[in-house]
Design a binder for this molecule. Structure first.
Ligand SMILES: Cc1cc2nc3c(=O)[nH]c(=O)nc-3n(C[C@H](O)[C@H](O)[C@H](O)COP(=O)(O)OP(=O)(O)OC[C@H]3O[C@@H](n4cnc5c(N)ncnc54)[C@H](O)[C@@H]3O)c2cc1C
Length: 382
């Protein structure tokens, strides 16, 4: 019997510890002044609380993103959770309906199902994890179904409404009554409080428009992380924000012109197995005009995977046929996120797979799958 209150209490403790760690770090004797106020542009000026920031003071906007729930019919009238509220519940619900098919929806679906919550997940897409290799999302859907999650893909006319246990999730051809509903339908840059437009900071697809040096259209202002709009919205990750932060600060304070690159930005969904990807998918590589060569190594062919009983998954590498260079990789495996670094490094260095081929990977490890996938891919190119 799982004690749902104890689970949530532990989650809150871990989150509080993390927050306190960074608060202590900033509260140290290093010249950082922390002002716990809302920052807002008005009439061309930036104010933090009641204090107006002088125009020539360099500013870094890092206001992040907030859950977006607008596309779901009935959301305005029906009590529902986003990931933020779900993490602050004091007990686990008996049942949960989830709308969405991205990483947050999948991670909560699997984790809560394993904790005894009856989970139904409904998404518009034909498979979860849009933007990743389709077979990765299909594999996760199959695993979730095998564990007892009801997974509805390709759903149309999704609507939420009140019902006796709490909420009802309806879609064309089906419905379910649940204690709580989680909307995990994406995250929008958090512009509501900041009002960048009132400060001459232009937007791009709902987030802040930046140039290659992370500078906004207001000359003394830079932006990083989830707050940035445009194509950057694919990289709403902690490691993207922490990669950009020091570069933006150097550009703002030292007059540098550091330009972050994103071709080797890792993307990991923490389901079990994890879905870890970097670079181009096969479809993206073809669309970009590459003559593509693909190789797939199944995880179950590894001794270590069989020993662990973690046999679901694959390693897929996408190469350029003419240059033999790596264009992208997807690892679906237990600890796939940890394994990904071995392919992120060559991709970041231009895709040369020579160092991977020249390196011995320890046996028995799951990482051997990477070496074999790369070796077989290059060998089969002739
Ligand atoms: C459920 C969930 C799971 C996730 N899991 C992962 C994961 O496993 N790995 C990963 O890499 N990423 C993960 N992410 C994404 C990750 O949290 C974000 O990419 C990251 O936090 C972005 O950092 P940031 O500094 O841009 O914004 P944030 O970390 O969101 O920080 C923005 C801060 O600015 C504050 N703020 C907003 N507006 C104002 C204002 N006007 N004035 C003052 N303060 C303001 C906000 O309150 C917030 O404290 C997850 C996100 C969610 C929601």
């Amino acid at each position: 019997m799982i004690d749902g209150r104890a689970v949530m209490t532990r989650i809150h403790r871990v989150m509080d510890d993390g927050r306190r760690y960074y608060e202590d770090l900033l509260g140290g004797d290093d010249g950082v002044l922390v002002v716990p106020e809302v920052a807002r542009f008005a009439g061309g000026k930036l104010a933090v609380g009641d204090a107006v920031v002088a125009d020539d003071v360099p500013v870094l906007l890092a206001v992040g993103a907030a859950p977006s729930v607008t596309p779901i019919a009935g959301a305005a009238e029906t009590p529902h959770l986003t990931s933020a509220e779900l993490l602050h519940l004091d007990h686990l619900p008996a049942s949960l309906g989830i709308v969405g098919g991205g990483p947050i929806a999948l991670e909560f679906a699997q984790a809560l199902n394993r904790l005894g919550v009856v989970v139904t997940i409904v998404m518009r897409a034909a498979a979860p994890l849009r933007g990743e290799e389709p077979e990765a999302g299909e594999l996760v859907a199959r695993v979730l179904r095998a564990e007892g999650v009801t997974v509805v893909t390709g759903a149309t006319e999704i609507i939420i409404e009140r019902s006796a246990p709490g909420g009802r999730l309806r879609w064309a051809g089906g419905q379910v009554d649940v204690e709580r509903i989680l909307l995990a339908t994406g995250r929008e840059p958090a512009m509501a409080d900041l009002r960048p437009d009132a400060g001459g900071v232009e937007l791009d697809q709902g987030g802040i428009l930046v140039d290659a040096t992370l500078r906004t259209t207001r000359s003394s202002t830079w932006a990083i992380g989830d707050a940035i709009g445009g194509a950057h919205r694919r990289f709403q990750f902690t490691h993207a924000a922490t990669y950009e932060g020091p570069q933006a600060v150097n550009n703002a304070l030292r007059g540098d012109a550091m330009t972050p690159t994103y071709h080797a930005m890792p993307r990991v969904t923490f389901t079990d197995p994890q879905v870890a990807a970097v670079g181009l998918t096969e479809a993206e590589a073809r669309a970009a005009g590459h003559d593509v060569h693909v190789h797939v190594k199944l995880v179950r062919e590894l001794g270590k995977a069989r020993a662990l009983g973690e046999t679901e998954g694959f390693v897929k590498v996408v190469l350029d046929r003419s240059t033999h260079r790596l264009l992208g990789a997807t690892i679906v495996a237990a600890h796939g996120g940890d394994m990904l670094a071995s392919l992120t490094i060559p991709l970041n260095m231009g895709g040369d797979l020579g160092p991977v081929l020249a390196t011995t990977f320890a046996h028995p490890t799951l990482s051997e799958a990477l070496k074999v996938a790369v070796r077989n891919a290059v060998t089969s190119l002739g």
